[in-house]
Design a protein around this ligand. Structure first.
Ligand SMILES: [Mn+2]
Length: 455
C-alpha cells in the first residue's frame, strides 16, 4: 500500500542534490587528510556482509556499516564497496549479483550518484578485479567478509585512521543536518500517530504498528527498535517487550522511537499520562527542565557541564515533587539524582543513533574522561557548530536501583511513600535532537512536531 503523504516530506531531491555535492567534497577532503596523516594512499570501505543463521538457509537482517553510509545513502546493498584515492572521484563497486531467489538492487540513479564512478559487480571476485592490483598502502574499513585475507596488502581497520575519521564525523555537513531534519519530520509523524494510538486504548504492540505506518518504514529500516512502554515498563530504560495485551489500567506511555532518512537517524522520546494528576504534573516539570537545558546549548560549551547541570536541576525537581527528604544540594552531592536519572543527558546523533567520536580529545589524541560517578555519559567533548546531539533528561522509578539505595545509608534521603505512589507510572524521558550552531542550536524535533501539527 502506498503512503502518499510521505512524498511530501522535505527536503526535495533538488535540495538534496545541491547539498550532497559539498557533503561529498567534505568527506573526500577529511578522508584525504586522515589518510595522509596516517600514511595511507587510499581507502576501501565495505558496506557489510549478510550473516547466515546457524544451520539455516536464511540470514540475519542486514545492517550497513556506518563508515560506508557516510559516502552513499545505501542501507540495503551488502558486499558493496567505496574505493577512494585522494584527488580522484570516489568509486562505488555496487554488488549486483545474478540471482533469481532474491531481487538484486537496481543500479542507483539518484540525487547523490553524480559524484561517483559506479561499477556493478556480480560478486567479490569482480569487485577485487575492479580494484588496483596493488592494495598496499590502502586502508580497509569493515568486517572480514571471508576472502579478505586473499586481498593482499590491505590494512584492515587501522585504529588511528578510525579515530581521525570518527572525530570529524561529529561535525555534520549541511546535507547531513538536512537529512537529520527530515528524519525528525518522519519521526514526529510516527510519534503523533503513536500518541493517538495510546489515547485510543492501544497495547504497546498496537502503538508500534501505528508508529511504523505513520513513518512509512518497516522496523528493520528504523535506526533502532522503538521503546514503547506502558505503565511501570517505562522504568526499563531499553524496554523491548512490545506486549500485545492491553493492561487493565493504562496510566502512562513512554515512547522512545526514531525514524530514518537517507541513512540518518532521529532519536525522539515523549512521555504521556492518561489522566491529570501528580505524574502528569511531573511530566510538565520535566518538559520545562528539558527546555531549560536545550536553551543553553551552543557551540563552545562542555557537554560534561550540561550533564552535571541536568543533575542539579533534577535535584530541584526531586525536592519540588517531594521525592526526597533532603535539600537539592544534598540530593546532588549524595548522588541520589543518579538513582532517578541513571543515564547520560545526551549523545551525538547521525548515521548511528549513538554516533561515534563522542570522547575524542583530538583527531589523534586520547579520550576525554567522563565525570566521576557518571559512567554512562557518551559525549564528553566541547560542542562545535555542526554537532547534532540529543537532549534527554529523565526521571524514573527503577526497582533494582531503588532497592540498592534503600539498602545503603542514602535510603533515608528518599521519601518512600511518594516513590510508591509514582512507581506504577514507570518513568519520564523527554528527548529532542539539537543541531548546534555558532549562536545556539536548532531544535530539529520541536520544529518537526510544529510542522507536523500544521499539516
Ligand atoms: Mn537517545
Amino acid at each position: 500500500m502506498a503512503v502518499p503523504h510521505l512524498t511530501e516530506l522535505p527536503p526535495t531531491a533538488d535540495t538534496l542534490e545541491n547539498l550532497f555535492g559539498p557533503h561529498l567534497s567534505a568527506v573526500c577532503a577529511r578522508t584525504a587528510a586522515a589518510l595522509e596523516a596516517c600514511g595511507y594512499g587510499g581507502l576501501l570501505v565495505h558496506s557489510g556482509s549478510l550473516r547466515p543463521i546457524f544451520q539455516d538457509d536464511r540470514t540475519h537482517p542486514f545492517e550497513v556499516n556506518a563508515p560506508f553510509k557516510v559516502w552513499a545513502p545505501l542501507s540495503d546493498v551488502p558486499d558493496s564497496f567505496v574505493h577512494f584515492v585522494p584527488d580522484r572521484p570516489p568509486r562505488l563497486l555496487f554488488h549486483r549479483p545474478t540471482d533469481y531467489w532474491y531481487k538484486p538492487a537496481p543500479l542507483p540513479q539518484a540525487y547523490w550518484t553524480g559524484g561517483f564512478e559506479i561499477l556493478p559487480c556480480a560478486d567479490l571476485q569482480a569487485a577485487r578485479a575492479a580494484l588496483p592490483e596493488d592494495l598496499s598502502h590502502t586502508a580497509y574499513l569493515g568486517e572480514d567478509f571471508g576472502g579478505l585475507a586473499g586481498w593482499a596488502g590491505l590494512a584492515p581497520n587501522p585504529p588511528r585512521l578510525i579515530r581521525h575519521l570518527d572525530y570529524h564525523r561529529a561535525v555534520k555537513t549541511p546535507y547531513e543536518v538536512a537529512c537529520l531534519r527530515a528524519a525528525n519530520r518522519r519521526g514526529a509523524r510516527g510519534h503523533r500517530a503513536a500518541a493517538q494510538a495510546f489515547s485510543a486504548g492501544g497495547s504497546e504492540f498496537d502503538i508500534e504498528l501505528a508508529f511504523l505506518a505513520a513513518c512509512g518504514q518497516r522496523e528493520q529500516e528504523l535506526p533502532y527498535n522503538p521503546i514503547i512502554a506502558l505503565n511501570e515498563n517505562g522504568a526499563v530504560l531499553h524496554y523491548q517487550m512490545l506486549d500485545k495485551a492491553v493492561p487493565q489500567r493504562r496510566r502512562s506511555l513512554l515512547i522512545d522511537a526514531g525514524a530514518e532518512f537517507a541513512g540518518y537517524a532521529s532519536d525522539i522520546t515523549r512521555t504521556y499520562a492518561r489522566e491529570s494528576g501528580d505524574f502528569a504534573d511531573l511530566i510538565g516539570r520535566m518538559d520545562e527542565l528539558q527546555q531549560t537545558l536545550c536553551a543553553a546549548v551552543t557551540a563552545g560549551i562542555d557537554w560534561r557541564e550540561v550533564h552535571l547541570r541536568a543533575h542539579r536541576l533534577t535535584a530541584e525537581v526531586l525536592v519540588e515533587a517531594d521525592l526526597v527528604t533532603c535539600s537539592a544540594e544534598e540530593a546532588f552531592a549524595s548522588g541520589i539524582t543518579t538513582v532517578f536519572m541513571p543515564h547520560g543527558i545526551g549523545h551525538l546523533l547521525g548515521l548511528e543513533v549513538h554516533d561515534v567520536g563522542g570522547f575524542a580529545r583530538a583527531p589523534d589524541g586520547g579520550d576525554i574522561e567522563r565525570p566521576e560517578r557518571h559512567p554512562y555519559l557518551r559525549l564528553t567533548r566541547v560542542l562545535e557548530p555542526g554537532f547534532v546531539v540529543t537532549m534527554e533528561p529523565g526521571l524514573y522509578f527503577i526497582d533494582p536501583l531503588l532497592a540498592a539505595t534503600r539498602a545503603d545509608r542514602r535510603g533515608r534521603l528518599i521519601r518512600w511513600s511518594r516513590v510508591e505512589s509514582l512507581r506504577p507510572y514507570g518513568g519520564i524521558r523527554i528527548e529532542d535532537d539539537l543541531a548546534v550552531t555558532t549562536t545556539g542550536c536548532e531544535n530539529l524535533t520541536r520544529e518537526a512536531f510544529s510542522a507536523e501539527r500544521s499539516t
